[in-house]
Ligand binder design. Structure first.
Ligand code: AMP
Length: 217
């Protein structure tokens, strides 16, 4: 099926993990603003240098930078391809800009999937999270340890802890989420396209809930 989805939820809710499953099984284009920013930071581009100041402190990169980035990606997307937004929108201004942009390109959101998870689970997930430097695969020191110490099971790449997954930054990111992003739950509920999912269970169980929602649409 094709669909245009937003994955909403705090850092550590499992947006990246679910996005990967949805991309694989439904063939949706995965657009992650966090991944795009990290790639720009790695490349040392102007955008990357600007973003770094915010990302490393757990703060949001200014709306106009992010909106410009997503605009470019959505305009380039083939008409028949569904998309999956992960980590965007994160503010009401971004959500309003997205509405405008979708109108402009003649598309609509099919559903906003809200991944609900408590602070305790977020803290546990993020402090243990490991990412492959090469292919971006996600692991966890306890819940999903790699077979070989600090090496990716898939490509053998080196695993690392994101700078902003350090304990002191996580709390800040969660607070920023509560203040700036949580209002989007009501924003989309009022539009009648918000669907809640319990994301404290396993990735596969979370995916089943999303699949049920998509099948019911
Ligand atoms: P993520 O990988 O989604 O957790 O994003 C990592 C960091 O990138 C965030 O803590 C922000 O600093 C920045 N970022 C990602 N997406 C956005 C966005 N939509 N608006 C502002 N900043 C963002």
């Amino acid at each position: 099926m094709t669909a245009n989805l937003v994955l909403l939820g705090p850092p550590g809710a499992g947006k990246g993990t679910q996005a990967e499953i949805l991309r694989e099984r439904l063939g949706l284009e995965h657009l992650s603003t966090g991944d795009i920013l990290r790639a720009e930071m790695k490349a040392g581009s102007e955008l990357g240098k600007k973003a770094k100041e915010y990302v490393e402190k757990g703060e949001l990169v200014p709306d106009e930078v992010i909106i410009g980035m997503i605009r470019e990606k959505l305009l380039a997307l083939p008409k028949e391809k569904g998309f999956l937004l992960d980590g965007f929108p994160r503010t009401v201004a971004q959500a309003e800009a997205l509405d405008e942009l979708l109108k402009e390109i003649g598309r609509e959101l099919t559903a906003v999937i809200y991944l609900k998870v408590s602070w305790e689970v977020v803290r546990m997930r993020l402090t243990g999270r490991l990412i492959c430097r090469n292919c971006g695969a996600i692991y966890h020191r306890v819940n999903k340890p790699p077979k070989n110490d600090m090496r990716c099971d898939i490509c053998g790449g080196e695993l690392y802890q994101r700078e902003d997954d350090k304990e002191e930054v996580i709390k800040q990111r969660f607070e920023v989420y509560n203040q700036q992003t949580a209002p989007l739950v009501d924003f989309y509920r009022q539009k009648g396209i918000l669907f809640e999912v319990n994301s404290e269970v396993s990735a596969e169980e979370t995916f089943k809930q999303i699949e049920n929602i998509l099948n019911s649409l």
